[in-house]
Design a protein around this ligand. Structure first.
Ligand SMILES: Cc1cc2nc3c(=O)[nH]c(=O)nc-3n(C[C@H](O)[C@H](O)[C@H](O)COP(=O)(O)OP(=O)(O)OC[C@H]3O[C@@H](n4cnc5c(N)ncnc54)[C@H](O)[C@@H]3O)c2cc1C
Length: 278
């Protein structure tokens, strides 16, 4: 049953500093960005959250820039409130991480792309989040900030289990940083249909001096398949890489698919990735 809206409270800070101060004293506040995930929980009565803090007006969490840290090569910085529509339209992201654009195009429909944010997809922590394998394969970093300061967490260390992460209740995701990616990028989502479908399996890959392979919907968290990547990077066969991959993923049977089918699809995607990036 939908939650009665009169039971809900919403804080609307005017700045990031004010938002972080509110979270420092009331960490039970749940951030909302585009609200596309939060609203589903409230509508179906599956969420027990009643106190919210609205991030949408905080322009400090927007923007897509190329940062040039001293002595390091430029890195892409994407504000947490960046929507899928903004990702799709961004010339910098198209050039540097075209597979993030491809993933954004397949998220929901136009309404969800206009409201749903990259930070929300990450914080929501669903293993079926479309952008997550791309970010894992790109070796992205999550920038977290609390009133006490800022820290960066490697994407591969961000999730601690199903729908859980290292983010503390008083922290917000402020941005995602992506280093320069050397090599060919690849991404594919397999779902029931092309649009408006949650994935059965997703895979993102980078084939360059390093091989990185990440999969979604094949375990409780997005999986960085380091074993399969190692086999391929050292000239091993696709069959050997597929065997390594089978040991790295733990797909389950659920309403969207069967574990056995997901295993087979993941193996097929691995072969497709390697063939198409020759
Ligand atoms: C019809 C429909 C179709 C969808 N299709 C897809 C799809 O194809 N692929 C897909 O991956 N997802 C899909 N989604 C899910 C959703 O749209 C995405 O996960 C979206 O990116 C969530 O972003 P948001 O800004 O709306 O998050 P919100 O709903 O505002 O928040 C989601 C979670 O993240 C937390 N949060 C948000 N921003 C921050 C932040 N900056 N710091 C800390 N915590 C934060 C919130 O507290 C909440 O727990 C769909 C949803 C709907 C309703």
């Amino acid at each position: 049953m939908p939650v009665d809206a009169r039971a809900l409270a919403l804080q609307r800070p005017r700045s990031l500093k004010a938002a972080l101060a509110m979270l420092a004293t009331a960490p039970a506040l749940t951030p909302i960005a585009g609200c596309t995930d939060v609203m589903v929980g409230l509508h179906f009565g599956t969420s027990d959250q009643r106190q919210f803090i609205d991030l949408w007006p905080l322009d400090e969490l927007r923007g897509i820039t190329l940062d040039k840290p001293e002595g390091l090569s430029p890195r892409l910085r994407i504000g947490a409130l960046t929507t899928y529509t903004e990702i799709i339209a961004s010339p910098i992201i198209r050039k540097r991480v075209p597979r993030l654009v491809a993933a954004a195009r397949e998220v929901g429909g136009a309404q969800i792309q206009n409201r749903g944010t990259l930070g929300g997809n990450i914080a929501n922590a669903s293993p079926a989040g479309d952008t997550l394998p791309v970010l894992a394969a790109a070796d992205a970093r999550i920038v977290l900030r609390s009133a006490g300061g800022e820290r960066r967490v490697s994407f591969s260390e961000f999730y601690t289990g199903y729908r859980t992460s290292v983010r503390q209740p008083d922290e917000l995701i402020t941005a995602i940083e992506i280093p320069a990616i050397e090599g060919r990028q690849w991404w594919r989502k397999v779902g029931t249909r092309r649009a408006q479908a949650i994935s059965k399996v997703m895979m993102a890959g980078v084939r360059g001096p390093q091989v990185r392979i990440a999969l979604g919907s094949v375990g409780p968290v997005v999986v960085l398949a380091t074993g399969a990547a190692k086999v391929l990077a050292h000239g091993g066969s696709v069959a050997d890489a597929q065997a390594a991959l089978a040991r790295e993923i733990t797909p389950i049977d659920d309403v969207r698919s069967a574990g056995e089918y997901r295993q087979q699809v993941a193996a097929n995607l691995l072969a497709q990735f390697w063939k198409e990036t020759e």
